[in-house]
Design a protein around this ligand. Structure first.
Ligand code: ADP
Ligand code: MG
Length: 431
């Protein structure tokens, strides 16, 4: 442990003050609630910035997986206050790029050949940063390829990185490391999976094959012969990321079509395959020239256990809130309520979760939903903000929520945000 990084207590304390409350209503909803924590006014905004800088400073001293955690927090602009967002999103660029000689070395070691012995051309510099690697562009004849190369040592550092992150996270979220463990364990296993490009290749090929008949999606072809644990080769997808595409003023019809493709892609995976691309980050979608939704990056995939699926999606049922349903027992099963809760706590948390379900589950209870409705998103943030300030939440030392919900909630929050950015109205009905 000689490399252990010392983070000044005062910084952790300030970071703690800032982030602490939200997590309590389910590790699941962490990101979501943290948005509104200190949105009280102008001074608050400055305070946000200072604190975000402190947190950023602390986290940026950490390597690989801590950066990944920071990125996870910064996933979309609406969930964190702006100062946080701008700070955290920088974390993607914090890893220094691999030099060309190191890239060549990686190729030689694992494939026995240099890039130029395999491809007709290969960019010396990376054309895109990846979270734990970098992406080069290559060509074979006229076929453009994307070549993702992983930084060395990432896989080995995860467990030791997370040992450092654990106590910080526990202090930030004011729950014991014991309670936090199931969530950290879930994140850790996902991070470890993400470092295995063989697994990513396998999942990419499997899931894209199963999803190929969905409307208006495009997937790259993958090349197993040139891929291995640390190198992943696929077709390059030409096009624009969503933000860039939106600047071309696409019609409502086009936005709805892309939004529908996005919704259907997630709906099909979650409800039919029960295996889902759990990283709806804007970087992972490319809108092609012919207005299809290109989808990449199956590095983070959540396999949804059947029993969790059955419990979780009961929450989206039409009759869930009409009084006939035994919500209390479902909340117990999902870990929203604890056996140690007093009657008062039970009532309190039942009401909060009921409200969240009504709000967040709304798109599931109608045939079509307009994700361009900023009023809806405002309401979500207002509830989050209000809840995060409640003393019952601040003082609760219980982590609530099922660990399997972590990536499923993250997926839905990401999806909702992408659809909001697209200003898309989609058919969400499952009838
Ligand atoms: N096949 C591809 N076609 C076009 N761009 C790509 C392709 N693969 C990766 N990229 C670019 O590289 C970035 C990082 O790749 P990605 O697979 O998402 O890495 P990570 O797993 O680290 O998120 C993407 O956001 C995208 O801009
Ligand atoms: Mg990505």
């Amino acid at each position: 442990m000689k490399e252990q990084i010392k983070i000044p207590t005062s910084k952790v304390e300030r970071a703690t003050k800032f982030l602490k409350t939200g997590a309590k209503v389910g590790g699941n909803y962490i990101k979501h609630y943290s948005k509104g924590l200190l949105n009280g006014g102008v001074d608050r905004d400055e305070l946000d910035k200072d604190n975000a800088e402190d947190i950023y400073d602390s986290l940026s001293q950490l390597k690989g997986s801590a950066l990944k955690v920071a990125q996870m927090l910064s996933m979309d602009k609406n969930v964190l206050p702006t100062p946080y967002q701008s700070k955290f999103s920088m974390s993607q660029y914090s890893a220094p790029p691999l030099s060309y000689p190191l890239v060549v070395q990686t190729f030689k070691k694992s494939l026995g050949k240099t890039p130029l012995e395999i491809f007709d051309s290969f960019t010396r510099n990376a054309v895109n940063a990846a979270s734990i690697g970098q992406v080069h562009q290559a060509k074979i004849k006229d076929q453009k390829l994307a070549v993702k190369v992983q930084y060395p040592g990432v896989a080995d550092s995860i467990s030791s990185d997370l040992k450092i992150v654990r106590p910080i996270a526990a202090r930030m979220f004011k729950v014991s490391t014991v309670e936090l463990e199931q969530y950290i364990g879930e994140v850790e296993s996902k991070l470890i999976e993400e470092t295995d490009y063989n697994l990513e290749l396998e999942r990419s090929m499997e899931i894209t094959e199963l999803c190929k008949d969905l409307n208006n999606v495009a997937f790259p072809t993958y090349y197993p012969d040139y891929s291995n644990e640390r190198i992943l080769v696929m077709d390059w997808i030409d096009g624009k990321h969503i933000t860039e595409w939106m600047k071309t003023s696409p019609s409502q019809e086009d936005r709805n079509r892309i939004g529908q493709a996005l919704w259907d892609f997630y709906d099909y995976q979650i409800h039919t395959l029960k295996v889902v691309h759990a990283d709806p980050h804007p970087g992972n979608f490319i809108i092609t020239e012919d207005n299809k939704l290109g989808i990449i990056d199956f590095g983070c995939v959540k396999v949804i256990p059947e029993d969790f699926y059955n419990m979780y999606f009961k929450l989206m049922q039409a009759d869930i809130l009409d009084g006939s349903f035994d919500l209390e027992s479902l909340f117990h099963q999902l870990g929203f309520l604890s056996d140690n809760d007093s009657d008062e706590e039970k009532n309190f948390f039942m009401n909060i979760f009921r409200e969240m379900i009504e709000l967040l589950g709304r798109p599931f209870r109608t045939q079509t939903f307009d994700f361009g409705d900023d009023e809806y998103f405002k309401q979500i943030f207002e509830v989050g903000d209000r809840v995060s300030r409640m003393k019952e939440i601040r003082n609760s030392k219980t982590a609530r929520g099922n660990k399997h919900g972590l990536y499923i909630n993250r997926t839905y929050f990401g999806l909702y945000n992408l659809l909001n950015e697209l200003k898309a109205e989609v058919n969400t009905g499952r009838a």
